[in-house]
Design a protein around this ligand. Structure first.
Ligand SMILES: NC(=O)c1ccc[n+]([C@@H]2O[C@H](COP(=O)([O-])OP(=O)(O)OC[C@H]3O[C@@H](n4cnc5c(N)ncnc54)[C@H](O)[C@@H]3O)[C@@H](O)[C@H]2O)c1
Length: 256
């Protein structure tokens, strides 16, 4: 049963959430499921994706899981085809899976850049293509939401040159794809989280975090569900005429 109604009701909609097995993605999945969506958690870690889906179904929501490695085009194509076959075309795609490791510019390596960009930018690019094709074929519009980072407009830590570049790519991707998809009533928007204490953020590898983003945000650290609430807005009927927009959910970090 949907806990929300009216302009935030997602009953009958299928939502594909990448990286939904952990952290921010699991918060997004929970909020969308509570709004009535059938949430398909796509993650490289199939076991944790299944466990997360089982938690949602045990709570009375509709959910499933699929293994997708967003760094692999073949995995994306196969995974999206499986989702369409099993659940129907997604109406919502949330490109959330991402890596947050650090490497200082003076130590920069091609391998680090490629890995970061493959997961954080090329993955969302290819997923947008695959899912938008099924949305267009269904002819019922759709919603694409990319999870970028508030570091694009606010505080940073050192070592994030590749990471920030990968997230900046999502701004260009959203701008350009929103133009191409608007005639199909598919919107493309961005949520930019500030600091969220997730397994990925806490376990990020590289030089120890240092820089202005170490300052506490005035409204407190965000929770995964805070990011989910912003995704729900862009994904909901309330945002039917909102596209090519970016919203920071950062606890006021940009003020510090
Ligand atoms: N946590 C923060 O402070 C913060 C701030 C700004 C933006 N973000 C962004 O939010 C998103 C989620 O981050 P998080 O902190 O929840 O991280 P997390 O590591 O806790 O969760 C990321 C999930 O993505 C999955 N994943 C990783 N590589 C994958 C791949 N190749 N294919 C499919 N799935 C893959 C992981 O298995 C994991 O379940 C990321 O895009 C991150 O850049 C996080």
């Amino acid at each position: 049963m949907a806990a929300t109604s009216g302009i935030f009701d997602l009953s009958g909609k299928v939502a594909l959430v990448t990286g939904g097995a952990s952290g921010i993605g699991s918060g997004i999945a929970a909020v969308l499921a509570e709004a009535g969506a059938t949430v398909v958690i796509a993650d490289i870690d199939e076991g944790r994706a299944r466990a997360e889906a089982a938690t949602l179904t045990a709570a009375g929501h509709r959910a499933g899981a699929v293994q997708i490695d967003v760094a692999g085009e073949g995995s994306i194509i196969d995974g999206c085809a499986k989702v369409v076959a099993d659940y129907g075309s997604p109406w919502i795609l949330v490109n959330n899976a991402g890596l947050q490791h650090r490497e200082m510019l003076l130590d920069a390596t091609v391998d680090f850049w490629d890995r970061t960009l493959d997961v954080n930018a090329r993955g969302p690019y290819l997923l947008s293509r695959e899912v938008a094709r099924s949305m267009v074929e269904k002819g019922d519009g759709g919603r694409i939401v990319h999870i970028a980072s508030a570091s694009l407009i606010g505080s940073l830590v050192k070592g994030h040159a590749a990471y920030a570049s990968s997230k900046a790519a999502l701004l260009g991707l959203a701008h350009a794809s929103a133009l191409e998809l608007v005639e199909h009533r598919i919107t493309v928007n961005i949520v930019m989280p500030g600091g969220v204490a997730t397994p990925g953020a806490i376990g990020a590898q590289g030089p120890s975090p240092d820089g202005p983003a170490r300052r506490p945000p005035p409204l407190g650290m965000c929770e995964p569900r805070d990011i989910g609430a912003a995704v729900l807005f862009f994904a909901s009927p309330a945002a039917a005429r909102v596209t090519n927009q970016a919203l920071a959910v950062d606890g006021g970090w940009s003020l510090t």
